[in-house]
Write a protein that binds this ligand. Sequence first.
Ligand SMILES: [Zn+2]
Length: 118
Amino acid sequence: MELRDTDRALVQAASAVAKLRCRSQRHTVASAARTADGRVFTGVNVHHETGGTCAELVVIGTAATQGVTELETIVTVADRGREVVAPCERCQAVLRDHFPSLRMIVGPVDALRVAPVA
Ligand SMILES: [Zn+2]
C-alpha cells in the first residue's frame, strides 16, 4: 500500500520523538499512532530487565487516557538512526486484537509501505 502524506507525517512524528527522547538505554524506541480524525499519540518504550513495556503499548495507553479507543495507523522508530521497525510479535497480537483494521507503516526508510496488522 502506498504511503499518504499523513503517513509520512506520522513517521516524522515518531522519528522526532525517537531523536528527542530515546537517548538512554531506558528508552530506545518511539511509536506514533494516528486516529481517523487526525489526532496523533506518541510514546516511548520503557526498558527493564523484567521485560519492560514496548512503545506501541504506551501509545495505546496514552490514547486510552485521552478517551481514544480507535487507532487508524501506527509506526515505530528505533533510536540512533535505526529507522522504522515492525512491532514485535506480542505488540502485533495486541494491536490486532484491539484494532483489527489498523494500518502499520513498515519497511526500510527508502521503501516504506503500509501493511495491515491482521
Ligand atoms: Zn512490542
